[in-house]
Design a protein around this ligand. Sequence first.
Ligand code: UDX
Ligand code: UDX
Length: 438
Amino acid sequence: MKQICVVGVGYVGLVTGACFADLGNRVIALDVDEKRIANLNNGIMPIYEPGLEELVKRNVKAGRLTFTTSYADALKGAEFAFIAVGTPEGVDGAADLQYVEVAARSLAQHMTAPLIVINKSTVPIGTGDWVADIVKSAQPKPIDFAVVSCPEFLREGSAIADFMSPHRNVIGSLDKDAANKVAQLHLPLRAPIVITDLRTAEMIKYASNAFLAAKISFINELADVCEAYGADVKEVAAGMGYDARIGRYFLDAGLGWGGSCFPKDVQALAFMAKQKGLNPRILNDVVDVNYDRRRDVPKQVEQLLGGNLKGKTVGMLGLAFKENTDDMRDAPSVDISNALIAAGAKVRAYDPVAREAAASHMPAVEIVADVYEMAKGCDALVVVTPWNEFKQIDLEKVKGLLKSPVIYDGRNIYDPARMYEMGFTYRAIGRPSKNGRG
Ligand code: UDX
Ligand code: UDX
């Protein structure tokens, strides 16, 4: 059993803390947001993540997980301190490090024994060294410490499974002893451990996210070619995916990527390259291709309707940036609803869990609590988030409720042949249309 402090109880910090507690460690999770901590102490989760509430409650009950707003309390007896605060996109696409700075300074001011400070947040290359400088200069008296980079690779919606069964853990530090101690913490996960230097570890995180984002933009570009020539991108992706060099994951064509990581990480990597006088052409295109998917939606719906969107009502199936989360950060639904409204449409929407989180992002959208209520009287529907519950909805009922049976399936969740058979005016992404051509 080790004693660990985790700073930040957001999507990453809370999952990391709860999982380390579940592995038998003693975890004190800290956040500067008093309401979040008060809620957690009353068993109320700040975010929706499948399985998290049960995991947190079980470990709180066992006395392995506690919450606080006090750095002094969080550090009492701690050997490790994970920094898991947000690193949002700042000016010019650079990562905003103000929260990391506050966390590093606060740790330095309150530590009373040697400490291994571990950066979980995604931070620009060189941040680990900068954090070390901050800790050193903010300590009231010198106490031994090391800074280690241990980037997170958790997908929202499956974060606990991703933590417990990782593809690998990356640990970066020039301090071999500290790196080995952090490696020990991860041994029970029985995954490969990559030990490297700080900057390389920081780069591995950006490189991984940028590659995955590029993979999605690539398949989206191919989807347009497939559609133009009457090929089916779903089958193309499946056929490619059997090749282990390509792999079958992250080849789902659709409305593209959003969320708290890919958008800011690809931009931040491009920004870092530019700062050194490099021209990151691929990264720039990865971003452009992605955002074109969202911009295209009003035009696509107009084509399906055979006229413009003025006075039409469009229903959005799904609001969260992906399924199984309530996270609205850079969710395609926000840009899509804005574009539909700008084109003269009224927008109604439904999401199983993100309704509350979405409301402030789209005040002009009518967000309803039932998928069939949403469909009632709509001229067209757009599938924005591929929630499982949309895959098996009663499409006959939906068709009866719609003013015209039009569906733009932005996530390829329905079978085109069946949709045509049922009489829908239907369009998927990168799949043959009714007459076999795009
Ligand atoms: C994380 C990472 O840290 C980010 O770098 C990564 O790329 C995406 O995931 P996330 O967990 O999603 O961020 O952030 P968020 O859900 O916003 O949670 C951050 C938490 O840190 C909040 O609860 C916030 O109150 C807290 N915080 C912020 C602190 O405790 N101290 C601060 O000084 C600032
Ligand atoms: C991502 C990374 O996967 C994770 O390793 C990292 O640490 C944090 O960022 P996350 O953003 O939570 O995780 O979810 P992910 O499943 O990667 O999806 C990101 C976006 O890509 C979503 O908007 C999703 O809808 C989209 N996506 C994903 C596709 O459009 N097609 C795909 O094939 C896969």
